[in-house]
Design a protein. Structure first.
Length: 474
């Protein structure tokens, strides 16, 4: 393992890489249950489709992550992208309205869009076109991607990761509904019986965060993972003592047998070409372009931002083996379409594994194996509380803000696009949209400052495409 993945050569150890892979997995394990929930309207379309998407999520994530491990030797994990899966669910609902087909039939038609997107990206990656697009992003913007992702991670951790439901509605979130309330009494009135669960989530989150910080300060390996595990124990204990809930109740009736039959009948190679053609060519082309743009810049942003934090970028801000990493992304998307899920992309939560010391593909291999194992142990992964994973996301987000010191604050052409991106990325919840706004800002500033020649042709093209996407594509 050491020689194959060049672990020692990259300043790491096999033990550290495995710990890092486990850390990455724990921060993104939520996708295993959340993705099928989103794509099937929380099981409203029947458990057969839910089970099919569940297995597709595990298998496609593992395939993409394995390719990342062996082809690119990078510590990045892959799974169906958040935001992209919500968009895909909306697209499926629209296909139902356009064609009158059932949700499952529309889902199978929509998978063809994902398949085409993946094939397009595979060709572009093999021809180095995607890497050229990465290089077209101005250095200042590239340097700002990491800190912007850091803010996005903190927003996920504090803002939207640990949602609480109650008889008064939901989800209620930490920053908006707990710290955002004027008083404790107003928070109680808003959240009702969910207030106690919210308090427990906040305590869990900050206990985990402080433990991670203290352990990391003492340079203890696996600080992030240990902090998450201790935070989980705090949450489970709190559920039993203060909420009167058995956190392991779901394990009593949980099935550990993979529902392969459901996948084979609903999602595996189930492409509905007849229904696909009924969507309409203009809509099809628009959707493919939209998915391509969001996926491309989400992936580019995650790779560049996380690699920057790990010290994997060269002096020009480029990442070695970028081509192989982009190929892994494309293969993951094609595998996802074949298995039955939305676009598979590099996960921003990979930053937690990088912070835990992951530097090679062994980290990714570990995460991929755990995804495959979840075919059998998904009920166990499901009991890891979101509040515990929030601790890791907040900590990593804080550290990634350190990348701002690389920005030249005296250069208006760097600082303005970067700060636009810092605001846009967490607010929009999209790495791609944040980069797009930064590129548009950079291009406009250069043009109206009489420095139009400083902007590459490819940067102009990308900026125009984003303008079209923002203003003309729904």
């Amino acid at each position: 393992m050491d020689k194959f993945f060049k672990v020692s050569q990259n300043g790491s150890t096999v033990k550290t890489e495995i710990f890092a892979g486990l850390t990455t997995f724990m921060t993104m394990a939520y996708i295993i249950a959340l993705n099928p929930n989103l794509l099937t309207n929380f099981g409203a379309e029947g458990m057969s489709l839910w089970n099919g998407v569940f297995l597709a999520t595990c298998i496609a994530s593992a395939i993409g992550t394995f390719v990342m491990a062996f082809a690119a030797n990078k510590p990045f994990a892959m799974a169906p992208g958040m935001g992209l899966n919500s968009f895909f669910a909306t697209v499926i609902a629209n296909i139902v309205a356009i064609t009158g087909m059932s949700y499952t039939q529309s889902f199978q038609a929509g998978l063809i869009i994902i398949l085409i997107e993946g094939i397009v990206f595979l060709v572009l990656s093999l021809l180095n076109i995607r890497q050229k697009i990465v290089e077209a992003i101005p250095l200042g913007v590239r340097l700002g991607i990491g800190p912007a992702i850091g803010l996005m991670l903190m927003n996920i951790g504090l803002g939207s990761n640990a949602g609480v439901y109650s008889e008064t509605g939901g989800p209620f979130y930490v920053m908006r509904d707990f710290f955002g309330a004027l008083t404790a009494s107003s928070a109680k009135n808003t959240m009702g019986s969910g207030y106690d669960a919210m308090v427990l989530s906040v305590i869990t989150m900050f206990v985990g965060l402080f433990i991670i910080v203290l352990l990391a300060r003492k340079k203890i390996k696996g600080a992030v993972l240990i902090g998450m595990l201790i935070a989980s124990v705090v949450y489970w204990a709190g559920q039993g003592i203060f909420l009167g809930v058995n956190p392991f109740e779901s394990l009593k009736t949980a099935s550990f047998l993979p529902p392969f039959q459901d996948m084979f009948t609903t999602t595996f190679f189930k492409f509905n070409f007849t229904g696909f053609l009924d969507i309409g060519w203009f809509t099809i082309i628009t959707l493919i372009i939209t998915f391509c743009m969001i996926d491309m810049f989400d992936t580019i942003g995650t790779l560049v931002g996380t690699a920057s934090r790990a010290g994997m970028l060269d002096k020009k801000g480029n990442m070695p083996n970028m081509k192989q990493a982009l190929i892994a992304d494309a293969v993951g998307t094609v595998a996802g379409a074949v298995m039955g899920t939305s676009t598979v992309t590099t996960f921003v939560e990979s930053a937690s594994g990088v912070e835990a010391g992951g530097r090679t593909g062994l980290t990714a291999l570990t995460t991929g194996i755990l995804f495959l194992a979840c075919i059998f142990i998904a009920p166990i992964a499901a009991i890891i509380p979101a509040a515990a994973t929030s601790s890791a996301l907040i900590y990593v987000g804080i550290l990634m803000l350190g990348g701002l010191k690389k920005i030249d604050f005296d250069d208006i052409f760097q600082i303005v696009p970067v700060f636009i991106m810092l605001l846009a990325m967490p607010i929009s919840g999209s790495i791609g949209h944040g980069i797009g706004l930064a590129l548009i800002t950079y291009t406009v500033l250069k043009v109206f400052s009489g420095k139009a020649k400083d902007v590459s042709i490819l940067t102009y093209v990308i900026s125009i495409l984003f303008l079209v996407k923002f203003f003309l594509v729904a």
